[in-house]
Design a protein around this ligand. Structure first.
Ligand code: AMP
Ligand code: ZN
Ligand code: FE
Ligand code: FE
Length: 283
């Protein structure tokens, strides 16, 4: 069953395959009428997505972003919605993060070279184009060269967080990310939290910084996982959000836009909250 909303998706402004226009058109074809575009460390796809959405009466495009942050031993992703993304200082922060992503991409290419896997940095940069460089671009370059036989293998053998060719990014803390987003009026949410340990403590800290939601209806989370996360969300008074995290790259865990069991009442609760919080932007 397709859900009418999907609050987590990527375009070629980061590591998704589709242009913002293609992504919006795909959402329309899949019966999704409320779509958040949440590229990594970039809002460069949002204006085009909003223009594409305006061609479809009734379609709601939620401007969003996903910021990558770290805690010791794990990665934490923070989503921001309905943000005033044109803010100049905010854009400078994002430009710094993307610059750091390029340096870090080069470092992973070097580490791979040390392991005997030669991929040209130029090819990784070409795959990323104008967008934020991410590990999926490195994976794609490895695949093209025949060093691996599937996209997933790149993460399992080389560039997963504990892999031999993984390199760290410029590190924001999760609290910093929530604060940066709150400053531009974003409603913030904790992304794909199922595998995080110490979740209660993290959520307490983030809630104090202004967190309003967390993903519960995410990608391939099964019922037991969704139920467990829903209880945590309720305990902390957080909105229960989610989405497919569609990238269009065809990885083994990829879900189509809207292919998440997202209850209508939770979708409406979020949109209502957005209307109250940002009356001009959330209409
Ligand atoms: P980056 O932002 O460069 O660290 O890359 C993060 C992106 O890589 C995520 O959004 C996923 O698309 C992909 N990714 C990260 N870990 C994995 C994994 N274990 N398997 C497949 N894809 C992954
Ligand atoms: Zn990604
Ligand atoms: Fe993520
Ligand atoms: Fe994502």
């Amino acid at each position: 069953m397709t859900s009418r909303a999907d609050f987590h998706s990527h375009t070629n402004a980061s590591d998704g395959r589709l242009t913002p226009t293609q992504l919006v058109d795909l959402a329309v074809r899949m019966g999704v009428t409320v779509l958040a575009v949440t590229d990594h460390d970039s809002t460069e796809g949002l204006a085009e997505a909003q223009a594409a959405a305006a061609k479809h009466p009734g379609f709601i495009l939620v401007p969003g972003i996903e910021l990558s942050t770290d805690i010791p031993g794990a990665e934490v992703h923070i989503l921001g919605y309905f943000l005033a993304y044109e803010d100049a200082e905010f854009q400078r922060t994002l430009a710094n993060l993307r610059h750091a992503r390029r340096d870090r991409g080069r470092m992973m290419v070097e580490k791979l070279r040390g392991l005997g896997l030669e991929i040209p940095w130029e090819r990784v940069a070409e795959l990323a184009g104008e967008g934020a460089v991410g590990r999926p671009h490195v994976a794609q370059a490895l695949l093209e060269k025949g060093y691996i036989s599937s996209f997933q293998e790149a993460f399992d053998r080389y560039i997963g967080r504990n892999g031999p060719a993984y390199a760290e990014r410029l590190k924001l803390t999760p609290v910093e990310a929530v604060e940066i987003l709150a400053r531009v009026g974003a409603l913030t949410a904790l992304a794909h939290p199922a595998t995080l340990s110490g979740l209660d403590e993290l959520i307490r800290d983030l809630k104090a910084a202004g967190l309003v939601g967390m993903e519960v209806y995410y990608q391939d989370y099964d019922k037991a996982t969704r139920d467990r996360l829903a209880k945590i969300a309720e305990r902390y008074g957080l909105l229960k959000l989610g989405g497919s995290d569609y990238h269009g790259l065809g990885g083994s865990r990829e879900r189509m836009l809207g292919d998440v069991p997202f209850p209508d009442q939770e979708i409406d609760a979020f949109l209502e909250r957005a209307r109250q919080a940002t009356p001009l932007r959330g209409s």
